[in-house]
Design a binder for this molecule. Structure first.
Ligand code: PMP
Length: 413
């Protein structure tokens, strides 16, 4: 008789040992780190890559003929190739290093937006976007006369696709949408959104800041025009991020910052731009950050990402079930398709006070508006408390979180 196939066990204990900070104490209590949507902890492999770079390689890139400079250049460009593979982009020419998702979106707004969008052209975003995917489009509107359209969410925190479809028209030149909402955990159907937008002739930017840490991304299969993410949300250092864009777009776009590295020749009369992707990388980049990002993506490649995602879903399900036991607790964001974010308010309780009391018990969560103030307005709250999970969290973390929450609520009662 055939045995039922058991899914592989996700060995979270072994994985936790790779993240030194998870084994530390905060305020005298073992740390329970549930602020992964803000930033993730770093595995030892990433920390070691930074130390190795500074101890054995440190030199500027693309400039010197000396050995260290060539090694630094080779490793930085190798990191670009690793990012290409991670996103399944066609070429490393399509991978621009930035400071993070924010800078990447600003690059697109400033370079693509100012060059290819005309007054009256529409940029369509979602109501649940992070400020990083709102403000650059407002700035473009204010300086350039484009129109900013916003597709609403429903009360579960899901994008209202019918309303989105209505707003989409031949006037829409760019759709900018988060793959996952940081405030709510909602997963947007970006493949469908891209198909619909392309059918109207619009380009699509996908903000992948909150999706890259929770499952594989394939920009070729998605056929998105732009995809941005930050290294620090995917177990890599802060200060490094990525803009993916189709090569034909990057070719046509002007550089947005001038300086070293982005040029081929300079005279006082005329400057020739460098090739892709360096045309968009003025000045010394975050070399160590790039190398650290490669180490993080290599670490992820060694994990069973599907099993990791299943583990995270189990945590979310468990936390959601336990949340229902708490009197007065209201979950903000109840989309059918959600990643590991539990955003909530408790009647009569200030989220900030909760955050402080949880911190005193070693439990790190985020409180406030989560850089998504329009979401707070939609739900009529000033802010929420947010526990956000990564694959290294455990059911014990969830239990400790709820024990700390119960204690905090007792104190605040
Ligand atoms: N978009 C989303 C959905 C985010 O969650 C964040 C970070 N919270 C950003 C953009 C901006 O990322 P960064 O601050 O790393 O540039």
């Amino acid at each position: 008789m055939n045995q039922p196939v058991q899914p592989p066990v996700f060995e979270v204990g072994r994985i936790r040992a790779d993240f030194p900070l998870l084994g530390t104490t905060v305020n005298g209590k073992p740390l329970v780190y549930l602020d992964n949507a803000a930033t993730t902890q770093k595995p030892r492999a990433v920390i070691a890559a930074l130390v190795r770079y500074y101890e054995t390689i440190n030199a500027n890139v693309h400039r010197g003929v000396h050995t260290l400079s060539q090694r630094a250049t080779d490793e930085f460009e190798d990191a670009r190739e690793t990012v290409r593979g991670f996103l399944n982009a066609a070429s490393p020419r399509e991978i621009v290093f930035t400071r993070g998702a924010t800078e990447a979106i600003n690059l697109v707004a400033q370079s693509y937006g100012r060059t290819f969008l005309r007054a009256g052209d529409e940029v369509l975003i979602g109501e649940a976007e992070h400020h990083a995917n709102i403000v650059p489009w407002q700035q473009l509107r204010d300086s350039h006369g484009t129109v900013l359209q916003v597709a609403p969410i429903n009360d579960a925190g899901e994008l209202d696709l019918a309303a989105f479809t209505k707003l989409l028209s031949p006037r829409t030149k760019l759709v900018a949408i988060g793959q996952v909402s940081n405030a709510l955990g909602t997963v947007n159907p970006v493949a469908e959104i891209i198909r619909m937008a392309h059918a109207q002739g619009a380009r699509v930017l996908v903000d992948g800041a909150q999706s890259v840490g929770h499952g594989p991304v394939d920009v070729a299969a998605l056929d998105c025009d732009f995809f941005v993410f930050s290294g620090h949300k995917v177990f890599a250092p802060t200060g490094i991020g990525v803009l993916y864009a189709k090569a034909e777009l990057l070719e046509a776009m002007p550089p947005w910052q001038g300086g070293g590295d982005m040029i081929r020749t300079v005279t006082f009369e005329h400057t020739q731009w460098n090739d892709l992707p360096w045309k968009f990388e003025a000045g010394t980049p975050d070399i160590a950050g790039g190398i650290g990002l490669k180490a993080a993506l290599d670490y992820l490649a060694g994990l069973d990402f599907t099993a990791a995602a299943r583990h995270e879903h189990d945590l979310l399900h468990y936390a959601t079930t336990r949340a229902a036991e708490i009197a007065g607790l209201r979950i903000i964001g109840t989309a059918k398709d959600k990643v590991a974010v539990l955003s909530f308010v408790v009647a009569g309780v200030n989220a900030q006070d909760l955050g402080v009391l949880l911190d005193s018990q070693g439990v790190a969560i985020r409180t406030g508006h989560h850089c998504a103030m329009p979401v707070m307005t939609h739900f009529g709250v000033a802010g929420t408390a947010r526990a956000s999970f990564a694959f290294y969290n455990t059911r014990e973390d969830v239990d400790r979180f709820f024990a700390a929450l119960a204690k905090a609520l007792e104190i605040l009662a």
